[in-house]
Each structure stands twice: as structure tokens, then as C-alpha cells.
Design a protein around this ligand. Structure first.
Ligand code: ATP
Ligand code: ATP
Ligand code: MG
Ligand code: MG
Lengths: 468, 468
């Protein structure tokens, strides 16, 4: 007879680490570093602190099983918001625990990444993670933690607190993992370079196992406006989300329910919508039956009178920043950037920003060099499964723009920011080809391709002139 | 200040349904049908019952929000093992609950698929799922369930039991979901056709919303030998798995610990290994310190005296079955199949089976038609991210085999069976390019490509002859 088990979320990702992006020692050290850096960047940006992030990788000698696969200590420190002491054990020692389960643009979204790095370290080296953090209040807390994987609970091995003399705020994480640094190095350095492109207000310091220092200095103190939390939009609703709103609502009638819980639904819109849905504005939300809720959700999807979600809550790169970052890192002969006006999919607002660059420091690779970003995270793997790749390779006819993909040095950049990025995997490496997003990337790339086309035409004319 | 939450696994997949393969109504109806069919096939094969599986999709009228997107009732019935009554609510109403968390080849592996279909149905239609099941004992149980998503617990709305007059065993699931059947139809029919290729001992009956009957009759009563559970292999061990073994072991000394808990480790191998690892065979397992465990795991990875895992526990298709299935479904002019001898990755045994087919009923598409299977599941999406696609398009030089990919009608088949398939996503659509697996697919395809090459050469020679 079959035996039935339940397993915890930590156990699930322990058994399926490839699904979380920890498939082998090289990929694991890359994923560990990126997950921790993304946590640090979120923690600084959300509070408007220009980020100072320090990453150090040291090889533990005497423990290598082969030449490259070795135990590495990875230490990441930031000057971000810090983690309140009572949340530190669960934030790092429990899967599906975090502060990013809200409708706000941030790199983190699953409540899994940092914990996964710690889990991977634990199962490969059996070492606890050290977390030092303060929110700037009177104490700095230092924890030594492990994860009870079968119960998905943190195990606190040590907890000390110190007086915070200077009002320091930030977090330092130190984890030991089995990794393959030499193999992962090109991707790690590339990740840092690309992060510097889209976060030029950040100081990134990286010290590798040989003691070499890589420094990406900030080129501006000016921080982008922090993203803000937004309310859900009616188009993104389903039966479960409405039920949850009703369960917690203080509203006594459907009219205030609509104007209170939803984004950009004012009194007039609410009255018109409720009339369309055949629901009395005076009806008490908690009196809706299950059938009423199904009808309400259907009406929300069909009613075309709702205003589009505003993208004011988003924090795009901006054309200047993107252009400056590309010029600084790649030094091209030509670059054109375009920020599309805000759009929406399934009730989530999003903004697409694209750029195309030609010549100068861009290498000739026989194909278009594609740089992809989502909520300011560089995506370095699985490009062939990403919506941007599909647009660049299947939907744009480059010949139409006088671009010979095989002989010209061309780089394309796409950045999507949203309150919800439709990642296709928890490893956050590629994005689903949602029709609205695909349309925006295509339209944006056509614009900048047209500019490149004019530039190439002028350039050829000038060269013709010179020859005479 | 940041607010911290924990969310349940059901809540996680509710918020991230694209990650589970339920990204839009067309994909959702496909995923629902495949997850339920895979559950039914597992339930029959594990007990050696020739599967009789019945799938019916009906459109609920009057509830459509657009032309195609509609509420559909999906009913899947099988003659499998059934689910014991006390486990029915959790098996279907709880994420990460199931009977497949063991080292045995099966389609199911995550404890998520069936529950995800039910969750998706609930959030789009607010309808409960109906489950009727019996293990062949005296009672047939009928449940009406919903999922408490925030707590990841089943909600039993109704439970009746009937006398099981005929000793029936099997399961019937009826779920209502919002789907887009017309758009999904080609993939659904293709999925059924490909399932018939690799499970020719199964009767599959499908009735579509228009009442059309698709019937895939079994062509043999002969069932493949059921896969068996195997013990873990030392090469697949890590600190966590060793700790769990030690926690539950009845063994009083390390010698019996090694021979009891591991696959193919006999007394002599155990003694030699323990000597290599510097651990006394008499040492009590429960007396090992954390450091001892780390050293033990390292020694297990380094010791080369362990016998390779046996693949006796696996249940491959077999060359005859694969050939027969291809001939029946595609009627090619030429087909060559090859079953590679067993191999292993990370301690998991696996067998690769490949085939190449040419001409006859195979359409000319300007490219190689790639059919991918894993543990007898057809994989229909994301082929460009799959290890088989990489081998077919990047690692094999087809010209070398006289194959002109653009003008010849060629189909390639790959099947991998293992106690653990390295899926890259919980949607089970593509497989990681694990080096050992990549090597086996490449070697297998080279073999069959060579046979096709000889065939094409002979064929051309014959045509030359005829011209004279
Ligand atoms: N360096 C840091 N500074 C401040 N808070 C942090 C830091 N690192 C982690 N946290 C907190 O711990 C929580 C859990 O982090 P974790 O990386 O596991 O998940 P996440 O960032 O929420 O989502 P994701 O899985 O997408 O990364 C975060 O939500 C955040 O509140
Ligand atoms: N038709 C069925 N007959 C017998 N048992 C079933 C059937 N459907 C589901 N089950 C039981 O319910 C459990 C949970 O099913 P579910 O599809 O959610 O997960 P799974 O099949 O274990 O893994 P996966 O997520 O990979 O499909 C199964 O492990 C199995 O024990
Ligand atoms: Mg994170
Ligand atoms: Mg299943």
C-alpha cells in the first residue's frame, strides 16, 4: 500500500534545489551571491540609502574534494534597513517568510532566496549562518542560525546583542557553501558589472578568493524615487483575493468596499460598476454569498470603465540613467534608449525600458548581445526562454533596419519593472511571454532600431563622402 | 517599517501560478488535464493494472466571459489503486502532500500537481472538487473538497461512503476551472497521442466539449514491470540525508549502518570504505559528531570503490515498445531505436532511450521534429530550454550523417527514466543539462543517426540504380 507524507517547503527545496537555481556548485555560488546582493539592494533602496555593499569570498583551505569544488565562505554586508531582531531567525531560517509579499516593486518576491542560500550552505557544509544586523536602534544583534529543514523552522544556536554606539544600520551575512568559484567567476563578475549599469548610485565592492579587489564606485548620489505599495486593481482580482478582502474589511457597504480596497476606484466609478454588476451599493460586503463573489469577479473582468492602474508606484531606471550606464560600461559608438509609457497586464502596472547600442566597446559576437533586467536585477541565464529573446530573435526583422546581426557589434537592453514580474521559475532567470509585455518590448525595440537605422545610414553616407 | 509575513505553500503557488504551469486559461486547462492523467497512470502502473482512463471536458454554458474563455468541467476517471479514504482530503487539498516522496520512478514527484489543478479551479470558479475513490475494499468514498489556501489545509464540505458491491478500485476527479479549450486543444490532443506512444498498454478515452470522442485503444495487455523503490546511493548523500538516516537508524554500528541504508553496499565494500574514511566499523552511528558527518559525506563522494547504482529499479520503455509506438503513430519509412545501458548522475540511476524516424507520415517542417519524454510523460513546452534540444541543435553535426535538417522529414525521440528527473521547473516541461544525461543522449543519438545515414545512403544508391 502507498505511504503518504507531507513535506515542508524547506524540505521541498532541499529535494529540488535545481528548481531554485542551486543545481551544481558553480551555479550555487552564483545564486548565493546574487540572492544576498539583491536582498541588500532592496534593503537600501526601499529606505533611500545609497547602497554600500561589500562582498567577500574566501576559500576554506584543506576541505576541497576536487581542484575547483571547495568550501567557500561568502560574506555580504550592507548599510540597508537591517532586520528587526525578532524577525531575523525566520527571515533567514524559514522558507516563505519575508517582507516582500505586497504589491510593491522590489527585487525579492518569493520569500525564498536568502533562506535557500543558507539551506544550501547547511546541507553541503553543515555550518551555521552568521547574521549581524541592526535597524539603527540601540542594539546590534548577532545570530548563529541553522534551519530545521523538515519543519521549516529556524534553529537559533547563538544570539548576542551589542550596544549600537554609532547608530549603524545594515546587515552582514556570512555563509559557508560548497561552490565552484573558478567556474562561476565570469558570471559573478558579469552580474556585478550589469548591476552597476542599472544601480549607478551603489558602491559595490567584491573581494575574490585570491584577494583581488573589484570596485564599482557610485557615479551619482542621486537615488531613484523608492517604489511604493499600491492597492490591487479590479482586473487582477479573483475569487480568493475578494474573499480575503471581505474577511478583513471594515467597510459596511459595497460602495466603500470598492473605493477603499481597490486602486483608482473613486465613488463615481464604483457606483457605475456596481450598477453594471447588479449589486446594490448599500449591500454589506460580508453578506455576499459565494455565488455573488463569483459574479462580482466576472463583472470586474468585463467592466471596461475602470481606469488603468497608475504606474506612479513604480521606479523605472529612466532614460538618462540607462544611457549613462551603458555609455560607462560599454562605451559604444551609438546608443538610443526608450522608456515606454506605462502599461498593464492582469491588473499589474509595468514599464518597459529598452536600449540599443552599436560599435565602440561592444564586441562582435556574430549575434546580438542581449542584456536583460527585471526590477533592476540582471538576468544572466536561460535567455532563450525569455520573452526579450523571443522578441529580439523571432519578432523583429533586423534587415528591415539595415542591421546585419551577424557582422555588426550590437547590444540590446531590456528592463521591465512591475509590482509583479512574471518569472517562469523561482530562480528568477527568465520571464514569461505575457502578450502585453511582449507588445511593449517589441514596440520599444522598433523605436530604437529605427534610430540605429538612421544613424547607420548617415554613417554610411559620410563614409561614401570621404571616399570621394 | 517592514511588515513580515509567512505564507503557506498553497498561498505561494496561488500567488505564483505561472511557476506551476497555470499561467493563462489555455495553459491551465492543459496543465489540469495532464496532471490528472499522470496521477491516474501512476496509480494504475504502480499496481500493474492495465490503465483505463476516461477524460471528459464539458463547457458550462452561460458563464463565459469571452468567446473562448469559459468555465469547463473536467472529469478524469481511472481504474488505478484508488486513494485510502483518510488520505483523500490531504492528497488533493494540501500542497506538498503525497505518496511519491520516495526513491522510485514515477510521473509524480512534487506532491503538488493534482492539488494545483484543484486550487486553480477554486480561485477561478469558486467550485469545490469532487473526488470518488476506492482502493477495492468494502467502501467507495465520495468527497467534496475545497482548499484553505492560507493554511494549506483541505476543507471537507461533504463526505459520503457507499458499499463497494463489485470491488471496484480507482479514482474519479471532477473539477471546474476557467479555461480556454479551443486554444489548448491542439496541445491536449497531442499530449494524448504522445502518451499513447509510450503507454500502448493504456486505454485512453477523451470526450471534448463538442461531444467528440477520441479513443486511444491499448495495443497490448502486457504491462511493463513496475518500477521499484531503491535505497539511496552513497554518491547522492549530503549532510542532511545522513543526519536523517542516523536519526531513524536501528543500527548499532557503522558497518551495519552502511550495509543497511545504502544501495549495493555489501559487507566488504562497507569495511573498505570505512577504512578509507578513517571511521571504526564498530562506531555507533548516533555518536557521530557534526564534523564526523561532514567528513563521512566527503569520503563518500571521494571513495571510488562503490559499485554503480543498479538500474533494476527502473522501468524503461524498451526498444520494441518505443519502435512499435512510433510506427503506429507516425508510420515512418525508417526508424531506429536505441536503449543506452544504465548510467548515473549524483547517485541517481537513469536510462536514456532514443529513436530517429524518417519519411513516411512524418511532416516536412524545415527542422527536426523533437519528441521528448521523461518517466513516460510527454513534454510539450519549452523545448528550447531542454537538454534534448541542446543535444539535437547544438551538439550533433547532422551534415556528418548526410541529414539535411531543412529539407528532410526527420523526427527525434528521447526518453529518460530515473528515480529523479532533474526538471528545471515544477511545471515539468524541461530538463536540466546534467552532464551525464547530456552525454547519454548524445551517444544514443549518434548511434541512431549513423543507422539513418546508412539507410539514406542505401536508398540513394537504389534510386541511382533505378535511373539507369
Ligand atoms: N540584507 C538584508 N537587509 C534587510 N532585510 C533583509 C536582508 N536580507 C533579507 N532580508 C529580509 O529577509 C526576508 C527574506 O529574504 P529572502 O531572500 O529569503 O526572501 P525575499 O527577498 O523576500 O524574496 P526572494 O525569494 O524573491 O528573494 C526579506 O523579505 C527581507 O525582509
Ligand atoms: N488518480 C489517483 N489515483 C491514486 N492516487 C492518486 C490519484 N491522484 C492523486 N493521487 C494521490 O495523491 C497524491 C498527490 O497528488 P499530486 O498530483 O498533488 O502530487 P504527486 O502526483 O505526488 O506529485 P506531482 O506534483 O509531481 O504530480 C499522489 O501522490 C497520490 O498518492
Ligand atoms: Mg531575497
Ligand atoms: Mg501528480
Amino acid at each position: 500500500r502507498e505511504v503518504f507524507y507531507e513535506i515542508s517547503p524547506a524540505d521541498f527545496f532541499y529535494r529540488n534545489k535545481d528548481i531554485a537555481g542551486f543545481s551544481n556548485p558553480a551555479r550555487a555560488i552564483y545564486s548565493t551571491i546574487r540572492e544576498l546582493i539583491e536582498n541588500s539592494l532592496d534593503a537600501s533602496e526601499l529606505y533611500g540609502y545609497p547602497p554600500d555593499i561589500y562582498v567577500r569570498v574566501t576559500a576554506d583551505s584543506g576541505l576541497s574534494t576536487t581542484e575547483n569544488i571547495n568550501v567557500y565562505t561568502i560574506r555580504v554586508g550592507d548599510n540597508g534597513s537591517g532586520v528587526p531582531a525578532r524577525h531575523i531567525p525566520s527571515a533567514f531560517g524559514q522558507v516563505f517568510y519575508g517582507s516582500k509579499y505586497k504589491l510593491r516593486q522590489s527585487r525579492g518576491t518569493f520569500g525564498l532566496g536568502g533562506t535557500m542560500a543558507i539551506l544550501y550552505g547547511q546541507i553541503t557544509t553543515n555550518s551555521p549562518v552568521k547574521v549581524i544586523s541592526s535597524t539603527g536602534d540601540r542594539a546590534i544583534h548577532e545570530y548563529e542560525l541553522m534551519i530545521d529543514i523538515q519543519r521549516n523552522r529556524p534553529i537559533v544556536l547563538k544570539h548576542k546583542s551589542y550596544k549600537n554606539e554609532d547608530g549603524w544600520h545594515g546587515t552582514v551575512i556570512e555563509v559557508k557553501i560548497e561552490g565552484d568559484y573558478p567556474r562561476a567567476m565570469p558570471k559573478i563578475i558579469e552580474y556585478l558589472k550589469q548591476t552597476a549599469i542599472v544601480a549607478p548610485y551603489a558602491n559595490l565592492t567584491f573581494v575574490d578568493p585570491k584577494g583581488r579587489l573589484y570596485r564599482f564606485e557610485r557615479v551619482t548620489e542621486e537615488m531613484p524615487k523608492p517604489p511604493t505599495e499600491t492597492k490591487p486593481h479590479p482586473y487582477g482580482s479573483d475569487v480568493e483575493s475578494i474573499k480575503r478582502m471581505i474577511a478583513v474589511t471594515p467597510c459596511k457597504d459595497m460602495l466603500s468596499f470598492m473605493t477603499t480596497h481597490f486602486h483608482k476606484v473613486g465613488r463615481i466609478t464604483a457606483e457605475k460598476f456596481l450598477a453594471f454588476a447588479g449589486i446594490s451599493p448599500k449591500k454589506r460586503p460580508k453578506s455576499l454569498t459565494n455565488n455573488d463573489i463569483v459574479e462580482l469577479v466576472k463583472a470586474m473582468k468585463e467592466y471596461d470603465g475602470f481606469r488603468s492602474p497608475s504606474a506612479d508606484c513604480l521606479s523605472p531606471l529612466g532614460e538618462n540613467l540607462l544611457k549613462a550606464g551603458i555609455l560607462k560600461e560599454l562605451n559604444p559608438e551609438f546608443v538610443s534608449v526608450r522608456q515606454r509609457s506605462p502599461s498593464v497586464y492582469s491588473g499589474y502596472p509595468f514599464i518597459v525600458e529598452v536600449a540599443i547600442a552599436y560599435g565602440g566597446g561592444i564586441p562582435k559576437t556574430g549575434d546580438i548581445l542581449l542584456y536583460r533586467f527585471a526590477n533592476r536585477i540582471p538576468l544572466l541565464y536561460d535567455e532563450a526562454s525569455d520573452v526579450s529573446w523571443k522578441v529580439v530573435h523571432q519578432l523583429i526583422n533586423w534587415k528591415h533596419y539595415n542591421v546585419d546581426v551577424q557582422t555588426m557589434p550590437i547590444a540590446v537592453f531590456t528592463h521591465i519593472c512591475s509590482t509583479k514580474i512574471p518569472y517562469r521559475s523561482v530562480g528568477k532567470e527568465f520571464i514569461a511571454d505575457i502578450p502585453e509585455i511582449e507588445r511593449e518590448i517589441l514596440a520599444g525595440l522598433r523605436d530604437v532600431a529605427r534610430e540605429l537605422s538612421s544613424y547607420l545610414t548617415r554613417r554610411r553616407a559620410i563614409e561614401m563622402e570621404k571616399k570621394r
